[in-house]
Design a binder for this molecule. Structure first.
Ligand SMILES: NC(=O)c1ccc[n+]([C@@H]2O[C@H](COP(=O)([O-])OP(=O)(O)OC[C@H]3O[C@@H](n4cnc5c(N)ncnc54)[C@H](O)[C@@H]3O)[C@@H](O)[C@H]2O)c1
Ligand SMILES: [Zn+2]
Length: 468
C-alpha cells in the first residue's frame, strides 16, 4: 500500500458520478501536475467514443485496452493526476499496476447523488436505474478495498490531505495502533506535558506495538542536538520500527529528525497536538533542531509515513498557543486568497509541500511574514511569541504588497513591540533570504504569492513600523 503521492501518480477511482472528471484537473492544478482522463485518452487511441466502442466491440475488449493504457501511464514519466474509469478495477493487471505506481484515492458517492449526476448522459452503464444502483452497491466496496484512502466525493481538501499522508479524524488518538502504518514496534517520543495529558490513551491505543516511551522537555528547549543524541542512545527499534511523535511542532521537529538519522533513517508518524502542529509544523517532512547560531539550522527532509490529526486534542491547548496557530492559519489563508479553516490550511500546505518537497520554489511562500517575524523574535531574545511575531510580520508583508491590513488586524490585533531597532534590522539582514543588495520577500501579487526583491530602505521602514 502506498502511503502518499509524493513522487508517485495520484489516481482517482470511484463509481460513475463520483465527480472524478471535475475534480481531477482541480487537484492537478493544486499539485502543479498534469491531469490525465483515462477514458478520453482511450478514445484518442481507438478513435471511437467509449459508448460506441462498448456497443461494437464489447466491455471485455474495452478492459484490455484500458489496462494496457493504465500500464503505460503508470510506468511513465512525471507523476500526474489520473482520472480512471469506473470499471478499471475489474482487471487484475490494472489493479496491480495501480498498487505499484500510484497512490490511489477512492471518491465515495452515494447511489442517489451518483444517479442524479449521470442520468440522461450517454454513459453505457447508466441507462437503467435499477441496474445502476445494483452496480453501485457491488463496486463501492471494491473501490474502497483497492484504494489507499477513501475521500468523500467533491472534497478537494480531503484528497490533498490524503495525498500527503494526513489522516484527519476526531478521536483518532485512540486508533493509533491501527493508524500507524506497518506492524513493527513503535517508539513513542512525546512532549512531557502532553504525555501527562494524553500518554495513557496513546499507550493504550498502541498496545503491544509500544516498545518504549521517551519524554522530551516542553517547548523549544527540546530542539537541541543533545536531545536527538539521547534518542539515538535510547531507541531500541530496528529498521521496521516507527517513531511516533506526540506533541507540538517542537516535538515533531525533534522526533522527526531523530527518525531521519537513527539507523540512517526509520519511519516516523506525527501526532500533532497544537494548532501550529496541525496546520503547519507536522506536515511536509521538514525536521530539525536549533543550533547555537540560530533556529532550525540543522535538520533533514524526512516525510512522515503518516500525520494523524485529532483536533479534539486541542481542547487543553492554552490560549497563547492557540493564537500562535491562528497566526499560521491566517498566513495560509492570505496565501490562498480565500477563507480557510484549520483543515483547509493544512490541505493548502500539503499541496505546496507535495509540489516542492525540498523547499526550492512554491513551498517558500509559507514564509509569508516570517522574515520580519524572525527578526523581531531574535531582537526580543525569543521572548516574543512566534504567533505575535508572525502577526506583525504579516502586517508588514501586506503593507509592502499594497494590500489592506484589516484581515490581520481583525483576527490577531498585533501591536508594535518594544525591541531594539538595530538588533532587529541586523537579524533581518542575516536572514538567508538575501540576494545582492535587495532583500527577497514573500509578498502577495495580483496573481497570488510571489518572491520579490525589495530595496533595503523600504524593508527597513516596514520593519520599523512594527517596533514602538
Ligand atoms: N517543520 C516545520 O515545517 C515547522 C513549521 C512551523 C513551525 N515549526 C516549529 O514548530 C515549533 C513550534 O511548535 P508549537 O507552536 O506547536 O510549540 P510547542 O511544540 O513548543 O508546543 C507549545 C506548548 O504547548 C504545549 N502543548 C502541546 N500540545 C498541547 C495540548 N494539546 N494541550 C496543552 N498543551 C499542549 C507544549 O507542552 C508546549 O508547552 C517551533 O520550533 C517551530 O520552529 C516547524
Ligand atoms: Zn511560523
Amino acid at each position: 500500500m502506498a502511503l502518499n503521492a509524493l513522487d508517485r501518480h495520484l489516481a482517482l477511482i470511484g463509481f460513475m458520478g463520483a465527480g472524478k472528471t471535475t475534480i481531477a484537473p482541480e487537484i492537478a492544478a493544486r499539485l502543479g501536475r498534469r491531469s490525465v482522463e483515462a477514458d478520453r485518452t482511450i478514445e484518442g487511441r481507438v478513435q471511437l467514443k467509449i459508448g460506441e466502442f462498448f456497443a461494437r466491440r464489447g466491455e471485455t475488449e474495452f478492459r484490455v485496452v484500458e489496462a494496457a493504457l493504465l500500464r503505460d501511464l503508470l510506468d511513465s514519466g512525471e507523476p500526474a493526476v489520473l482520472d480512471l474509469g469506473g470499471g478499471v478495477l475489474k482487471t487484475t493487471s490494472a489493479r496491480e499496476a495501480l498498487a505499484r505506481g500510484a497512490f490511489t484515492v477512492a471518491l465515495a458517492v452515494d447511489a442517489d447523488t451518483a444517479w442524479t449526476r449521470v442520468t440522461g448522459t450517454d454513459r453505457p452503464l447508466a441507462a437503467d436505474e435499477s441496474k445502476f444502483r445494483r452496480l453501485h452497491d457491488e463496486r463501492t466496496p471494491l473501490y474502497e478495498a483497492a484504494a489507499d484512502a477513501v475521500v468523500r466525493s467533491g472534497d478537494v481538501d480531503g484528497i490533498l490531505l490524503a495525498a500527503a499522508g494526513v489522516h484527519h479524524e476526531p478521536g483518532s488518538l485512540d486508533r493509533l495502533g491501527e493508524l500507524v502504518p506497518g506492524e513493527g514496534p513503535v517508539a513513542l517520543v512525546a512532549d512531557e506535558h502532553v504525555l501527562g495529558l494524553y500518554g495513557d490513551r496513546a499507550r493504550a491505543a498502541l498496545g503491544d506495538r509500544l516498545a518504549s516511551t521517551h519524554p522530551l522537555p516542553r517547548g523549544e528547549a527540546a530542539k537541541r542536538l543533545g536531545e536527538v543524541e539521547r534518542l539515538w542512545h535510547e531507541l531500541t527499534i530496528d529498521r521496521d520500527g516507527t517513531v511516533v511523535a506526540l506533541g507540538g511542532g517542537t516535538t515533531t521537529d525533534v522526533a522527526g529528525f531523530a527518525a531521519a538519522t537513527y539507523l540512517r533513517g526509520v519511519a516516523w508518524v506525527a501526532v500533532p497536538t497544537t494548532l501550529v502542529g496541525q496546520v503547519d509544523a507536522a506536515i511536509g517532512g521538514k525536521t530539525g533542531v536549533d543550533t547555537a547560531v540560530g533556529k532550525n539550522l540543522a535538520g533533514a527532509f524526512h516525510w512522515p509515513a503518516r500525520v494523524i490529526v485529532d483536533d479534539t486534542l486541542l481542547a487543553t491547548l492554552p490560549e497563547q498557543e492557540r493564537r500562535n496557530g491562528e497566526a499560521e492559519r491566517l498566513k495560509t489563508e492570505l496565501l490562498a486568497g480565500h477563507p480557510l479553516d484549520p483543515r483547509g490550511a493544512a490541505a493548502y500546505k500539503c499541496a505546496l509541500c507535495l509540489r516542492d518537497p525540498n523547499d526550492r520554489g512554491v513551498r517558500r511562500w509559507l514564509n509569508l511574514g516570517h522574515t520580519f517575524g524572525h527578526a523581531l523574535e531574535a531582537a526580543s531574545g525569543f521572548e516574543l511569541a512566534h504567533g505575535e511575531a508572525v502577526a506583525l510580520g504579516l502586517l508588514a508583508a501586506l503593507r509592502l504588497s499594497g494590500r489592506d491590513t484589516t484581515p490581520v488586524e481583525a483576527a490577531l490585533d498585533p501591536r508594535p513591540v518594544a525591541v531594539d531597532r538595530e538588533l532587529a534590522w541586523s537579524a533581518l539582514q542575516r536572514d538567508k533570504k538575501r540576494a545582492g543588495g535587495a532583500i527577497n520577500l514573500v509578498l502577495l501579487g495580483a496573481d497570488g504569492p510571489t518572491v520579490e526583491p525589495r530595496p533595503p530602505d523600504e524593508v527597513r521602514a516596514a520593519l520599523d513600523s512594527l517596533i514602538r
